[in-house]
Ligand binder design. Structure first.
Ligand SMILES: [Zn+2]
Length: 394
C-alpha cells in the first residue's frame, strides 16, 4: 500500500486514531471547526489579540475544556485578564532574574535537549532542593515571575525551534521530576504554597503544554505527600503523570534517548564541557542555525507552527529535505535519529491502518452474513405466499 493511499484511508476513516505525529500535520476536521467557532466568537467580541490568533493556541484551550466552546472561551479570556493583571508581557521582556546562578546551585533544574519525538525535555531534581537556601537567594514572588518568564520563553522560542528541528508541530514538554528524598517532612508550607501557585498558573494559563511527566524515585514519603498535592491538580493533568519508584529507567528511556538523558538519571550525557547537564539550556532553541532558520522568510512555508495543513506526503518530503540539508555535516547523527523516529511513526501508522482494515474486513463479513440471513427470511416468507397464490390460481 502506498503512503498516498494510507493517507487517504486515514482521512476517510475518522474513527482511526491517527498517530499523534501525523495528526499534528493533518488537522482533524472536527477540531478545525471548533477552533473556527471559538476564533469567530472571540473576534466578534474583539477579544482575540493577534499573537494568540493561532490554530494550536486555541486548540490547547479547547482540549483543556473538552471542546466546550463556552468554557474554552471563558478560560481563554481569564488567561488574557491574568496576563494584563500580572503584566506578563513585561515579565517576558524585562524581568531580570539576577539570582539565576545562585538558584541553580540550590535547586537543580532546567531544560536538557529533547525527547524522542522532539519535544523539549525538562528535568527538575526537586528532591535535592535546599529549601532554606532557596528562600535566602530568592522570594516566592520572584521565583513565580521567573517561572512565568521561562514559560513565555518555551512558547515563543523553545517550541518553534523544536518544531523546526523535528519538522513537525511541537507544543508540549516532557518532564522528569526526581523526588528522591522528598516527603512530607522536608516539603515545607512555603514550598507547598509555591507548588500549588505554579500548578494553578500552568493549568489555567498555559493549558495542555505538558505532554508527560515522569515522577521518579518516589518513595513512601513522597507517595504520602502526593496524595495531598493531587487534590490541587486537574484530572486531565493527572492522566499525564506517571509516579515511578527507583526502577524508572526503562519507562523513561521509552520517551528519551539515552544520549539526551543525563548520566545521573541513567543516561549517557554529562555535558562535561559546559559544567553539567542542568546548567546550560541545551536544546534546538540554542542552536544558532535553527534560530537563524526560524527567522528566515522561507521558514514560513515549512514552519509547522504556522497552522497550515500538511499532508503525510509533505511530511515525508520535508524529512528528506532535512536529511539532505544535514547530511555530510555535524548534524548527520541528528538527522539519522530524526529519520529513525519518523520510520517508527510511520510503522505505528501502518500498524494502526492494518488493524483498522482488519476490523473493517471483519465487519464486512458480519454484514454479508447478516444480509444473507435477511435474504433467507424474505425467501422463506415469500415462497409460501407464492404457493398460496399458485393454489388460488388453480
Ligand atoms: Zn547533558
Amino acid at each position: 500500500m502506498s503512503f498516498r493511499s494510507i493517507e487517504q484511508l486515514l482521512r476517510r476513516n475518522s474513527k482511526i486514531k491517527i498517530s499523534q505525529s501525523i495528526a499534528n500535520g493533518i488537522h482533524d476536521q472536527k477540531e478545525e471547526q471548533s477552533v473556527q467557532t471559538l476564533r469567530e466568537s472571540l473576534l466578534a467580541s474583539n477579544q482575540l489579540p493577534e499573537k494568540f490568533d493561532d490554530h494550536h493556541v486555541l486548540l490547547r484551550f479547547l482540549r483543556m475544556r473538552g471542546f466546550n466552546i463556552i468554557k474554552a472561551k471563558e478560560m481563554f479570556l481569564n488567561m488574557l485578564k491574568w496576563r494584563e493583571d500580572c503584566a506578563v508581557d513585561t515579565i517576558a521582556k524585562d524581568f531580570k532574574f539576577e539570582e539565576f546562578d545562585a538558584l541553580k546551585r540550590c535547586y537543580p533544574h532546567g531544560f536538557h535537549g529533547v525527547d524522542r519525538f522532539g519535544r523539549p525535555l525538562y528535568i527538575e531534581r526537586i528532591g535535592s532542593v535546599d529549601l532554606s537556601k532557596l528562600m535566602q537567594v530568592t522570594s516566592i514572588d520572584r521565583y513565580i515571575k521567573y517561572h512565568i518568564s521561562e514559560q513565555e520563553k518555551t512558547l515563543s522560542l523553545r517550541y518553534p525551534a523544536c518544531s523546526l528541528a523535528a519538522k513537525k508541530h511541537i507544543s508540549s514538554t516532557t518532564a522528569i521530576l526526581d523526588v528522591k528524598g522528598l516527603g512530607m517532612n522536608n516539603f515545607s508550607k512555603a514550598a507547598r504554597e509555591m507548588f500549588i501557585e505554579i500548578q494553578k498558573i500552568d493549568s489555567n494559563y498555559y493549558p495542555e503544554t505538558l505532554h508527560q511527566l515522569y515522577i521518579i524515585n518516589a518513595g513512601s514519603g513522597f507517595r504520602a505527600l502526593w496524595k495531598v498535592l493531587k487534590a490541587f491538580m486537574e484530572a486531565r493533568t493527572l492522566k499525564k503523570i506517571q509516579v515511578l519508584g527507583t526502577n524508572y529507567l526503562s519507562t523513561v528511556l521509552e520517551a528519551v534517548e539515552p544520549s539526551n538523558l543525563p548520566e545521573f538519571l541513567g543516561g549517557t550525557c554529562t555535558c562535561s564541557a559546559t559544567g553539567g547537564c542542568l546548567l546550560q539550556d541545551k536544546g534546538p532553541w540554542t542552536d544558532a542555525g535553527i534560530i537563524r532558520a526560524s527567522k528566515e522568510p522561507s521558514a514560513r512555508h515549512v514552519d509547522p507552527t504556522c497552522g497550515r495543513k500538511r499532508t503525510l506526503g509533505m511530511l515525508l518530503l520535508e524529512d528528506n529535505q532535512v536529511a539532505n540539508q544535514m547530511s555530510g555535516n555535524t548534524h548527520q547523527k541528528q538527522a539519522n535519529e530524526q529519520i529513525s523516529g519518523k520510520i517508527q511513526e510511520l510503522e505505528d501508522c501502518a500498524a494502526q491502518t492494518k488493524e483498522t482494515l482488519e476490523t473493517l474486513i471483519c465487519k464486512q463479513k458480519e454484514l454479508a452474513i447478516h444480509i444473507e440471513q435477511l435474504r433467507k427470511l424474505v425467501r422463506d416468507d415469500v415462497l409460501p405466499e407464492k404457493n398460496t397464490n399458485i393454489q388460488t390460481l388453480k
